[in-house]
Write a protein that binds this ligand. Structure first.
Ligand code: GAR
Length: 217
């Protein structure tokens, strides 16, 4: 029997709303936006793109795409105060999952507690190697033969939480730190949407720092 016009509305599952935090160029944000537009992240939408830096190119790109944007400048403000404003803004936009995409700022413990196991970060190294700034150059200068990127949950330590996935990149003989960083970035753009899909699916458990996928029956 077909549903009548007066019958109950079909259940439309709510989409997971991402809050993207960035400080600069925003290429990882755009990779996520492209993955959503391509249907690769079917149950996901971007609820907010927020920057802590005025004039961040990523924020302008988000505005052009017609997404909700916010700029809360962090420079010169106490971390707790700034983070409290960011949390409020994320809540106002009903964000479920926070994605740090080149957000060059440590989060306070209060921020992490506000979104338990709901904050992801991408870092351009195979963690735990080379946390912090200029990770690609650190790997190159160290003489690594394999580099890569990591998507991980955020905890209270720098570039430290549970790893969702990593992608490797060989360091080639003719590489310099810039060519290596460019090839790592290509892999970042694949890794972040894939990691978001994994987390949004909910088909995983975490055991002793290990992300363990749970296959669907
Ligand atoms: C990316 O390479 C990202 O992995 C890195 O900043 C860049 C942002 O680029 N993040 C970190 O180093 C965090 N520790 P994007 O603005 O083009 O996405």
């Amino acid at each position: 029997m077909s549903a009548s016009a007066s019958g109950p509305a079909p259940h439309v599952p709510e989409k997971t709303r991402l809050g993207i935090l960035l400080s600069g160029r925003g290429s990882n944000f755009l990779a996520i936006a492209r993955a959503i537009a391509a249907g690769q992240l079917a149950n996901v939408e971007i609820g907010l793109v927020l920057s802590n830096v005025a004039g961040a190119p990523g924020l302008a790109a988000a505005h052009e795409l017609g997404l909700a944007t916010a700029c809360l400048v962090s420079r010169g403000r106490p971390r707790a105060e700034h983070d409290a404003d960011v949390i409020t803004c994320l809540r106002q936009h009903r964000v479920d999952l926070v994605c740090l995409a080149g957000y060059m700022r440590l989060l306070s413990a209060d921020f992490i507690a506000a979104f338990p196991d709901r904050i992801l970060n991408i870092h351009p190294s195979l963690l735990p190697a080379f946390p912090g700034l200029d990770a690609q150059m650190q790997a190159f200068d160290y003489g690594c033969t394999v580099a890569g990127c990591t998507v991980h949950f955020v905890d209270e330590h720098l570039d430290h939480g549970v790893i969702v996935l990593q992608r490797t990149v060989p360091v080639l003989d003719h590489d310099d730190a810039h060519t290596l960083a460019a090839r790592i970035l290509e892999q970042e753009h694949l890794a972040y949407p894939e990691a978001i899909a994994r987390v949004v699916s909910g088909d995983y458990r975490i055991e002793a720092r290990r992300y363990i996928p749970i296959p669907r029956p």
